[in-house]
Write a protein that binds this ligand. Structure first.
Ligand SMILES: Cc1cc2nc3c(=O)[nH]c(=O)nc-3n(C[C@H](O)[C@H](O)[C@H](O)COP(=O)(O)OP(=O)(O)OC[C@H]3O[C@@H](n4cnc5c(N)ncnc54)[C@H](O)[C@@H]3O)c2cc1C
Length: 474
């Protein structure tokens, strides 16, 4: 075989080539017969910028920008701001965990909006109270946890401490307000980043808009052309303001039923099975579906066994499962929502964070004799929230602790259901998430028992038991 026809696989070196040059190198393969190395050798940063101005910005060939990737470090940003930072599906994140780390008094954000206002004292007193209550809760809760989980034979100091600490802060974190500061690392391509910056620059909170400006500034050093035009998007702000006016008539409404399946297709299992067959047949989808409908139950089960029966522990089910889609209306504590939002594959429509839907009380807090102090802090936060919300509901959300309930509408496909429920039902997952996903699995199993029988959930796990064991109040 001629040398130029030999297979070659190699990395373009980001230490030698700028991100914009790497993106152009890949883009040019569309029309150039040269190798990537040869294309890259012919480029300079200036030539790359010109290319992007012409093709990405001028002609809208925006996918080229996906080949430029940035790693952005955010430090000391509020958890409320992180909601916007992490609202992008096509990006990757790792953040400071409320499950493995503790927050010290004063580690919270004071927004520009409140500085010098009559509400500044209300805001700071509320956050100080919550942080103090959080701090004070750790020791009694820890004693209770140690009593229940004595050190296992041979367990090291570090191992035992880790084991105890996460159980302890899993309960205490309900007191932390969303003003709590955290660090987050984000890996993102320039195309997704441009829209992420647009969203930040249009956000109602000053903190997020400031973060957006800084991200734009630091990212421009690496990809000067690709995010140059990121700006406020009036469509976003005007639409949200307009919708809020219409929604005003509806008010806030809590629910005893914290998870409701509000939309699904009863035939979805058949459609998934038909789609799986379709891939290997030569017929139309309608023919495949009619065929599946005519199968006897035993034959259909055999087919499903073929589709899902060989799943290994770490295998991902075939994409055909994505043809079954479910919409849930959920009410979860803010701590759980913060974890749930990281599941990027599903579509989520959260309501604003408020103190209108009541709060949960972890059983451990009650059993540690800390319930009264907990309720005093949570009630004070609720009062502070309402005082602040009359003035600025966006800023008021900063004082709402993790224990308060929040509503979120979720639409997800069966493949994501498998992933979410399997991952978050494990014994090491937070109990708020385990309760949510085990209930979700139970509800979906009722409507679609055949495919969901293959979900790899922990033996005997049950959301009612999780709720009973971990919540004194939901
Ligand atoms: C025990 C535990 C501890 C955790 N600790 C922390 C922590 O300390 N800090 C923290 O920030 N997070 C933590 N997380 C959250 C975790 O890192 C994930 O962000 C979260 O669970 C969402 O999972 P996911 O990315 O698999 O799900 P989804 O976003 O729902 O994605 C579903 C699947 O799609 C694929 N996928 C989606 N996006 C990509 C992508 N960009 N590249 C490649 N594949 C992709 C993957 O197969 C993924 O499993 C923890 C999670 C668990 C279960």
């Amino acid at each position: 075989m001629a040398e130029n026809l030999q297979r070659q696989i190699y990395l373009l070196d980001p230490g030698r080539l700028s991100q914009e040059t790497i993106a152009v190198t890949f883009a040019k393969t569309s029309r150039s017969p040269l190798s990537f190395r040869e294309i890259a050798e012919g480029l300079t940063d200036e030539k790359s910028a010109e290319f992007h101005e012409k093709w990405v910005v001028g002609y809208g060939h925006a996918s080229v920008a996906e080949h430029a990737v940035l790693h952005i470090a955010f430090e000391n940003v509020s958890r409320l701001a992180i909601e916007c930072i992490e609202s992008n599906r096509l990006a990757s994140y790792t953040e400071k965990s409320t499950r493995y780390q503790k927050w010290a008094p004063g580690e919270y954000y004071v927004p520009q909006e409140v500085l010098g206002e009559v509400y500044e004292a209300t805001y700071c007193q509320c956050c100080d109270h919550l942080f103090q209550a959080y701090q004070n809760s750790i020791e009694p809760v820890r004693e209770k946890v140690c009593e229940r989980h004595p050190r296992r034979e041979g367990e090291s100091d570090v191992g035992w401490d880790n084991h105890i600490r996460s159980k302890c802060v899993d309960a205490c974190r309900f007191l932390l307000p969303s003003a709590a500061l955290a660090n987050v690392g984000m890996t993102v391509n320039a195309r997704a980043l441009e829209w992420a910056i647009c969203k930040m620059l249009t956000h109602p909170l000053t903190e997020v808009r400031e973060i957006g400006l800084t991200v734009k500034e630091v990212a421009q050093r690496e990809v000067p052309t690709l995010i140059k035009y990121a700006d406020r998007v009036p469509y976003l702000s005007m639409t949200e303001d307009g919708l809020a006016v219409f929604a005003d008539a509806l008010g806030a409404e809590g629910s005893d039923e914290t998870l409701r399946l509000v939309a699904y297709d009863p035939d979805a299992e058949l459609r998934v099975i038909a789609a799986a067959l379709y891939a290997h047949a030569g017929c139309s989808f309608e023919t495949a579906l009619s065929h599946v409908r005519t199968l006897r139950e035993q034959q259909r089960l055999k087919l499903v066994e073929t589709l899902l029966g060989k799943l290994g522990r770490y295998d991902v089910p075939l994409r055909d499962l994505e043809h079954a889609v479910y919409t849930f209306d959920a009410q979860v504590d803010q701590g759980a929502y913060f974890e749930l939002k990281r599941h990027r594959m599903m579509t989520q429509t959260p309501q604003r964070l408020t103190a209108d839907l009541g709060y949960a009380v972890p059983r451990l807090i009650a059993e540690a004799g800390y319930e009264e102090a907990y309720r005093t802090a949570m009630d004070a936060a609720e009062e502070a929230y309402h005082t602040l919300a009359k003035w600025n509901p966006h800023v008021a959300a900063y004082v709402v602790p993790n224990g308060f309930n929040r509503r979120v509408l979720m639409t997800l496909n069966l493949r994501e259901v498998f992933h979410l429920c399997e991952l978050r039902s494990q014994p090491n997952a937070h109990f708020s998430m385990r309760r949510l996903v085990l209930r979700m699995a139970e509800i979906i199993r009722e409507v679609h028992p055949v495919l969901t029988a293959f979900m790899r959930l922990p033996e005997g796990a049950n959301w009612r038991e999780v709720e009973e064991e971990h919540f004194a109040q939901v």
